[in-house]
Design a protein around this ligand. Structure first.
Ligand code: NAD
Ligand code: ZN
Length: 352
């Protein structure tokens, strides 16, 4: 058996979190699984949280866990019941494995599954390693002209597809996106691809607004975090229209408050960003103007759409990739993603 290297977070005790590249045996595929030789794995904000704090929101690392969930790989072996994929196929990996039996799975909202096993959400290991096995039905074959890096980026892109669907972005929509991090940026690309006429985007960093402009934002507004109402006026003054849909991708309380003030009566706000557990929201302003505020949790049935968007050229996610590191330099990769150094947007680890 060849031994593969894998970055692994080991021994979280108290506030001490250790980080190590460790050897594990190569997993063999079960009946409905494929074994993948991993290629590209993107670093998500949640990976950085687990790496740095051993925790992300309500999820806490209590035993060693392998990170990574924005991933793609090449099929290196197939389980006995797998007929849809063959050795050599390059695939994007949808990282959440639902139970398929609970009421949420049965009604088609498997992202809300009560027994979801999601890569790199404790206690489930992630896919940042050389070999990894995954159910074949959650692996999406990439056409020859779509790279493994683009395959890895289907994960955040799927979040954007779900967010735009939840917000009812459609032909002619006018959209406000709060926060121009990787998620805000993929929402920008997706909203445009879904027919949005105009997109205005905010951030507290000019560098991120510059990237948003290059990716097609019609208007950018530097965020004023002290006065949410004034910030909303600033957004509305910068556009000659009011947003039909607001996609909140910063998680900042003041940004959600601005979103309520800035969105048009009868509009939708989708809350993608995660911030403090309790946030004061001007709910009377939302309610009396019939603004619907909706939750977003990952994605459901969005990978096929995300792949078609990339394969057809409707969206180009490649400009989001700012850094690449080999697996052996994973710590450097995480430090870069954490610090936002050198205008880091999406950091990719090459496992192959
Ligand atoms: P990120 O931290 O890179 O991006 C957030 C951006 O918001 C940054 O550019 C930051 O400068 C900006 N920002 C901060 N305060 C702001 C303010 N007051 N107004 C405007 N912009 C502000 O993170 P990301 O990877 O882009 O993810 C965005 C958010 O989405 C995170 O909170 C993440 O946890 C969340 N997320 C949610 C889901 C989901 O399923 N709902 C999935 C993935 C990520
Ligand atoms: Zn379920």
């Amino acid at each position: 058996t060849v031994i593969g290297d894998c970055p692994r977070k080991s021994g979280t005790s108290g506030h001490l979190t250790l980080w190590a590249l460790e050897n594990t045996t190569i997993p063999q595929p079960a009946k409905h699984e494929v074994q993948l030789r991993m290629k590209a794995v993107g670093i998500c904000g949640s990976d950085v949280h687990y790496w740095e704090h051993g925790q992300c929101g309500r999820f806490v690392v209590t035993s060693p866990m392998i990170l990574g969930h924005e991933a793609s790989g090449i099929v290196s072996a197939v389980g006995e019941a797998v007929t849809t994929l063959a050795v050599g196929d390059r695939v994007a990996i949808e990282p959440g494995i639902p139970c398929y039996f609970c009421s949420f799975c049965k009604e088609g909202r498997y992202n809300l599954c009560v027994d979801m096993k999601f890569n790199a959400t404790p206690p489930v290991d992630g896919s940042l390693r050389q070999f990894y096995c995954h159910p074949a039905n959650l692996c999406f074959k990439l056409p020859d002209h779509v790279s493994c890096e683009e395959g890895a980026l289907l994960e955040p892109l799927a979040v954007a597809v779900h967010s735009c669907r939840r917000g009812n972005v459609q032909l002619g929509s006018r959209v406000l996106i709060c926060g121009a991090g990787p998620i805000g940026l993929v929402c920008l690309l997706t909203a445009k691809a879904m027919g949005a006429e105009k997109v205005v985007i905010t951030d507290i960093l000019n560098s991120r607004l510059e990237v948003a402009k290059k990716l097609g934002a019609d208007v950018t507004v530097l965020a004023d975090i002290k006065d949410p109402q004034r910030m909303a006026e600033k957004i509305n003054a910068a556009c000659s229209w009011l947003p039909d849909v607001t996609i909140e991708c910063s998680g900042a309380a003041s940004s959600l408050q601005s979103a309520v003030f800035a969105t048009r009566p009868g509009g939708n706000i989708v809350t993608v960003g995660r911030g403090p557990r309790n946030v004061e929201v001007p709910i009377a302003d939302a309610s009396s103007r019939e603004i619907d505020i909706k939750g977003v949790f990952r994605y459901v049935n969005c990978y096929p759409t995300a792949l078609q968007m990339v394969a057809s050229g409707l969206v180009d996610v490649k400009p989001l990739i700012s850094h690449r590191f080999p697996l052996t330099e994973s710590v450097k990769a995480f430090e870069t993603a954490k610090s936002g150094a050198d205008s880091a947007i999406k950091v990719i680890i090459e496992c192959g």
